[in-house]
Design a protein. Structure first.
Length: 80
C-alpha cells in the first residue's frame, strides 16, 4: 500500500495531488489546493500538508513524494 504525493506550483499557487494505491491497485486520486505564503517553498508546503493529512488517518506503508521534505526523518518517525 502506498500514497503518491506530488506538488506543482505556478504563479504563487500550489496543487498537491494524492494517488491512493491499495493492494497494488490505483484507488483514485484527489487534488488539494493549500493556502500558503506566495513565496513558500514546495518542500515546506508538502511537509505541512502531510502532517495535517495523516493527523486523523493511518498512513500507508509507503508515501512517495516528488520532492524532498525538510525534517524527513522526524516526519517518518511521526507517521510510524
Amino acid at each position: 500500500d502506498a500514497d503518491i504525493v506530488a506538488i506543482a506550483q505556478a504563479a504563487g499557487h500550489s496543487c498537491i495531488q494524492v494517488f491512493f494505491i491499495r493492494g497494488g491497485r490505483n484507488n483514485g486520486n484527489r487534488a488539494f489546493f493549500p493556502a500558503h505564503a506566495r513565496d513558500e517553498a514546495a518542500p515546506d508546503i508538502v511537509g505541512a500538508f502531510l502532517a495535517q493529512f495523516y493527523d486523523d488517518k493511518p498512513p500507508p506503508a509507503q508515501i512517495l513524494l516528488n520532492c524532498e521534505i525538510a525534517e524527513h526523518d522526524l516526519m517518518a518517525d511521526a507517521l510510524g
